[in-house]
Design a protein around this ligand. Structure first.
Ligand SMILES: [Zn+2]
Length: 131
């Protein structure tokens, strides 16, 4: 059985870019919270010229993972950033990680979206019987 995306923490490069978090030499903590606002995990991030450094909390230390950024031409002459997946080097808009594990793309983790597991029966509406 595949793991579901919702069990992993997602890091969205577009979200980082829009928030101005990809400027070189910016350091901050990216925090994932539960619906109730409780902090689950914080990953320290340092943005560099064409990569980001992720400090992933391990049991007694932090694991440093460097992820390269690649750019494609945007629709209005701008540049759209992507992560280069550290494992397969494919470009990805979102990288996933679970606590104590590195960030990889969805394909590397073999993640499935929850909707792929919806019961097929749910898509059948109740039939109206014409009497
Ligand atoms: Zn990958």
């Amino acid at each position: 059985m595949k793991a579901l995306v919702s069990q992993f923490h997602a890091l969205n490069v577009t979200q980082l870019n829009r928030g101005g978090w990809l400027y070189p030499n910016t350091t901050y903590e990216w925090v994932w919270r539960t619906n109730k606002g409780t902090s689950i995990e914080a990953v320290k991030i340092t943005a560099l010229e064409s990569s980001v450094e992720l400090f992933i909390p391990m049991e007694s230390t932090r694991m440093l993972q460097r992820v390269s950024l690649v750019y494609s031409a945007g629709p209005h002459g701008g540049k759209r950033p992507w992560f280069a997946c550290p494992q397969c080097q494919r470009r990805a808009g979102i990288l996933y990680h679970a606590p104590s594990r590195p960030f990889f793309c969805r394909r590397c983790y073999g993640l499935a979206y929850p909707s792929q597991y919806q019961s097929r029966d749910q898509s059948y509406g109740r039939r109206h019987r014409m009497v």
